[in-house]
Design a protein around this ligand. Structure first.
Ligand code: GLY
Length: 613
């Protein structure tokens, strides 16, 4: 079943069951300056989930455009994309668990009404209960009945904690327990799974989440439940690309029909196909794997750019425009790595427009504007790109360990390199960029508006929201805990903070065992429980070094440095680091620390992503 049929089938299924079909709203939320983009299907419906009456009634469905740019550097693997669409159906105080779950099952499995998926491929999770709400026996009971009725064998229903089965779009707004539906993409698990086997299959991505039915009964403020909503609502979310992957029988969404024309166009832009007309920026020297990643990055970034421009965003140095600029400039860089002709983005954008022209009228209507905007941005970047690359090489030769904030700023202001690009390019050859110093330079020049994209997206660099500050302090605790568990060879290779998580790269060769990860978590959480004060002192550099505080060796520091230490005195401090801050006042402010992922980034460098809950 191709993606067009999937769209139609989804919407008509719910339309037939009394739902009004809503068009997707713009990617740029109206009347909500707190977020740059819609990141979930329910976002435009928040006021109605909170109790406002919707003009089209109590049953709604849509396919909503969304953009997420938090983990831009993960794009290109099998599972990350910056643009995606969310299929959703909603009940505003109308039906509840029984109808919602039964319809999801029917749409997934019915050969006549739905997608005809084999029910023995399905697994579900339900909320196990906590202080906020009881164990969701009701949803589990409904699932049990459905599986029994359809003769689906084996253990299918797993209870999991809030971390897995409690959903909200952020720290504020409607939320509730959910039941999540997983598809066995491996085809290995037709007879059911034990709880442990299920967790393992999930970890290995043999089963993948395809639908999330949230039973929204509560409201959250600043991360805390503050009470019940006026209505018991249903909010479901099913990633459209994920559905296409499953129903196309593929293992990743880049192989679905959505990307067919886009990839064909990218292939056709290879300079060597047409050497007489090609103006090649640089010959491709990528391995097959690197080339695949580059191709996916180009496809993803151009696709997202087309959608953003169709919703009125133009490249700039602030807010949404800065994200668009970053995406397009990164696409140019990877197009060059791939060996595409100059000006290729224009043609790739044309393929994206073709892919979405039937679905989004504003994409079809603005075909030429979109292509010209993209081409102009490519040209503009190319005017400075080759000089910028030379400047980058010169900087690297000057200091083989790191790139100063001043140099990163020159690359940005004179050569148009978004700092994230400089950081990425530096990372590829094992160099650090002094982000704090870059931010200082930025502040001096005030090129990025303080409330702009720089604040919201760059984490760790001038993002001084409360949550980022907490992650900054948690990063210091993590660094020290890793040294205690793994050894003092552990040193920071990179750090990046967003409002959702911290990311910490460090020198270490082996994959961490579960036991090591648990010990690190325990140490960090113990320090949080101990409510240690976080102190700052300014010391002459020699004195600061004598304290044994961690810092980047080879980094040039001024005569005086600021040193943050976590503990009552500098002598007994658990953690000491040269750092510009800011940090929380006391570790008790951090909440619970949890490692989400530990993986390799390059030879000898590991990466941890962790959250505060
Ligand atoms: N609103 C439910 C989801 O996006 O998963």
């Amino acid at each position: 079943m191709n993606s067009k049929e999937i769209r139609q089938k989804y919407l008509s299924f719910f339309e037939k069951r009394g739902h009004a079909v809503l068009p997707s709203t713009s990617l740029v939320p109206e009347n909500d300056p707190s977020v740059l983009f819609n990141t979930a299907g329910m976002q435009p419906l928040v006021p109605y989930l909170l109790g406002e009456k919707h003009p089209l009634g109590t049953r709604l469905c849509s396919i909503q455009k969304c953009v997420r740019t938090i983990d831009l550097d993960d794009v290109g693997d099998n599972t990350h994309a910056t643009f995606f669409e969310m299929m959703g159906n909603w009940s505003l105080g109308d039906y509840f668990k029984k109808e919602s779950i039964n319809w999801s099952f029917e749409l997934l499995t019915s050969k006549e009404e739905g997608f005809g998926i084999d029910p023995s491929r399905l697994y579900v999770t339900c909320f196990e209960g906590d202080k906020n709400a009881p164990k969701d026996e009701e949803s589990a009971g409904i699932w049990r009945e459905i599986f029994d009725k359809h003769g689906v064998k084996g253990n299918r229903i797993f209870f999991l904690p809030a971390e897995n089965n409690w959903w909200s779009a952020g720290d504020n707004g409607p939320c509730g327990a959910d039941t999540e539906i997983f598809y066995d993409i491996s085809g290995l698990h037709t007879d059911g799974l034990s709880h442990e086997e299920y967790l393992e299959a999930d970890e290995k991505q043999e089963v993948v989440e395809i639908w999330n039915n949230v039973f929204m009964e509560f409201e959250k403020k600043d991360g805390e439940i503050i009470g019940k909503l006026a209505n018991k609502n249903v909010d479901t979310g099913a990633g459209f690309e994920r559905f296409c992957l499953v129903l196309n029988g593929k293992s990743n969404f880049y192989d679905t029909d959505i990307f067919e024309e886009i990839f064909a166009k990218i292939d056709a832009q290879h300079a060597e196909l047409n050497p007489s007309t090609a103006q090649l920026q640089s010959p491709s020297t990528l391995s097959e794997k690197e080339a695949l990643r580059a191709k996916r990055i180009v496809a993803d970034h151009v696709r997202t750019s087309v959608m953003l421009i169709s919703d009125g965003v133009t490249p700039s140095n602030t807010d949404q425009g800065y994200i668009l600029r970053r995406l397009l400039r990164r696409a140019v860089r990877f197009a060059d790595n791939l060996g595409l002709k100059k000006g290729s983005l224009f043609w790739i954008a044309d393929a994206v427009v073709n892919t979405y022209a039937d679905i989004y009228e504003n994409v079809a209507r603005q075909r030429e504007t979109i292509k010209i905007t993209i081409d102009n941005e490519e040209q503009k970047f190319r005017n400075t790109l080759s000089h910028g690359l030379k400047e980058f090489d010169r900087i690297v030769k000057k200091d083989s360990k790191s790139i100063s904030g001043k140099d990163a700023f020159v690359l940005f202001s004179t050569y148009g390199f978004p700092v994230e690009m400089t950081i990425e390019m530096a990372g590829e050859i094992g160099l650090q960029v002094d982000k704090d110093a870059f931010e200082e330079e930025m502040k001096k020049h005030q090129d990025l508006s303080r409330s702009g994209a720089g604040q919201k997206f760059k984490g760790g660099m001038g993002d001084t929201s409360d949550i980022s500050i907490k992650y900054h302090t948690a990063t210091h605790l993590l660094h020290q805990a890793l040294r205690e568990v793994l050894g003092t060879h552990v040193s920071q290779k990179g750090s990046n903070i967003t409002a959702e998580r911290l990311r910490f790269d460090f020198a270490h060769t082996a994959k961490m065992t579960d036991d090591e990860k648990e010990r690190v978590e325990e140490i960090v959480n113990k320090r949080i429980e101990e409510a240690l004060p976080v102190n700052v002192v300014e010391l002459p550099i020699e004195e600061a070094e004598k304290t044994g505080a961690l810092h980047f060796f080879g980094e040039k520091y001024g005569d005086k440095v600021t040193l943050y230490y976590i503990g009552n005195t500098i002598e007994e401090a658990f953690s000491k680091e040269f750092c510009g801050g800011p940090h929380v006042k006391n570790t008790s402010e951090l909440g619970h620390f949890k490692i989400q992922k530990e993986e390799a980034v390059s030879a000898g460098v590991r990466r941890i992503k962790a959250v505060l809950e």
